[in-house]
Design a protein around this ligand. Structure first.
Ligand SMILES: C[S@@+](CC[C@H](N)C(=O)[O-])C[C@H]1O[C@@H](n2cnc3c(N)ncnc32)[C@H](O)[C@@H]1O
Ligand code: SF4
Length: 365
């Protein structure tokens, strides 16, 4: 039975230049109908969910831009879980919103900070200013949230090493329980890539150094580097890793509701239509939305287990992975000090983790 539920809330106040997620700008009058459709999809899929869920994650888009009455109806209609996370853009987090989330059972908020430098926020076309982020953070703390995560981005056009150091210092000063630090990905052919081409190339050359700076700074500040891009505070014996994302990295099943949402259940994977009108119309008529099925052979699943599992700081069990590993490459990478093998488990060394995906790709036969 599936114990992890993702819900996609696609609405945003505006579209940031670098963003490639399934988003829809505005359409406030449609939020209520969309939530109705998501709840209808949940009712049709209820059978695949366990009676007690471990995690629910509301991602976007900007879930907290959803009309308050619709967001409230959604949260009230979803099953409870041990970890309930909502993604929030700082400018949407008022005292009222923070209290409402708490009242509706949310116990973790992931705040899209991206940067604390005004000139970099402008490059990213963000609405929030550094003080907006701080205010949002304190509203969440005041409402009782003791599990807050920040998303930061590095490799932003015009970002210097000292800008990145200052961003990390500003984040650490607030002391969130969790930090996700992503390399900026810019899709070829987008308006953003045209506008910043040369700077993006310069940033790409410096990416490895920036990544090292991120890891070095956050681990020195006492955060656990538990996944390639994710860090959590080590406090009071609490495990502050994102349980929802851990489920993906560990290859567990999850159900995704909403436009563009992906599900993996019992060896099948599908992706819902990204088209809002079609999605709402189908579910209003009582039918499942249009879906794209992705063939998921055992070989593909095993390769995915290696690629995702080696992003973690915990050993990956290799029994049951069949012949997807290249033994000669494994020996070579062990000799180079990039991979540790102990009995039936594999882990990337710190150096191996810095090189990341390249090492894992070499390991796969
Ligand atoms: C699904 S997005 C939505 C979050 C929220 N709407 C916001 O913008 O703050 C989750 C996170 O993905 C990251 N992200 C989005 N686009 C990215 C890109 N092109 N490259 C790297 N990270 C990106 C950002 O850090 C963002 O906070
Ligand atoms: S607010 Fe977040 S989801 Fe919306 S366009 Fe910007 S980055 Fe994308």
């Amino acid at each position: 039975m599936t114990r992890h539920l993702y819900v996609h809330l696609p609405f945003c106040a505006h579209r940031c230049g670098y963003c490639d997620f399934v988003t829809v700008v505005g359409r406030n009058s449609q939020h209520e109908a969309y939530v109705g459709a998501v709840l209808a999809e949940l009712a049709l899929e209820r059978g695949v969910l366990a009676s007690q869920l471990e995690t629910v994650f509301l991602g976007g888009g900007t879930p907290t831009f959803t009309e308050p009455a619709a967001l409230e109806r959604l949260l009230a209609g979803l099953p409870g879980a041990e970890e309930v996370t909502v993604e929030a853009n700082p400018e949407t987090v008022t005292q009222d919103l923070a209290r409402a989330l708490r009242r509706l059972g949310v116990n973790r908020v992931s705040l899209g900070v991206q940067s604390f430098r005004p000139h970099l926020l402008a490059v990213l076309e963000r609405v929030a200013q550094p003080d907006t982020v701080r205010r949002a953070f304190y509203h969440l703390r005041d409402a009782g949230f003791d599990n807050i995560s920040f998303d930061l981005i590095y490799g932003i056009p015009d970002q210097s090493a000292s800008d990145l150091e200052a961003d990390l210092a500003d984040a650490l000063e607030l002391g969130p329980e969790h930090l996700s630090c992503y390399e900026l990905e810019a899709k070829p052919g987008t308006r953003f890539t045209h506008a910043h081409g040369a700077e993006l190339a310069r940033q790409a050359d410096a990416m490895e150094t920036s990544f090292e700076l991120v890891v070095q700074t956050l681990t020195s500040a006492g955060y656990r580097w538990y996944e390639t891009a994710n860090f959590c505070r080590l406090t009071d014996g609490r495990d502050l890793r994102s349980r929802h994302n851990l489920a993906y990295w560990l290859g567990r099943d999850y159900l995704g509701l909403g436009i563009g949402a992906v599900s993996t259940v019992d060896g099948r994977r599908w992706r819902n239509t990204p088209r809002l009108p079609t999605y709402v119309a189908e579910l209003t008529a009582g039918r499942l939305p249009g879906r794209e099925l992705e063939p998921l052979s055992l070989d593909v699943r095993r390769r995915e287990r290696v690629m995702l599992g080696l992003r973690l700081d915990e050993p990956l069990r290799v029994d049951g992975l069949g012949d997807v590993l290249d033994d000669a490459a494994l020996e070579r990478l062990q000799r180079l000090g990039l991979v540790d093998r102990t009995g039936r488990t594999l882990t990337l060394t710190a150096r191996g983790r810095m090189l990341g995906g390249g090492v894992t790709a070499d390991l796969l036969a």
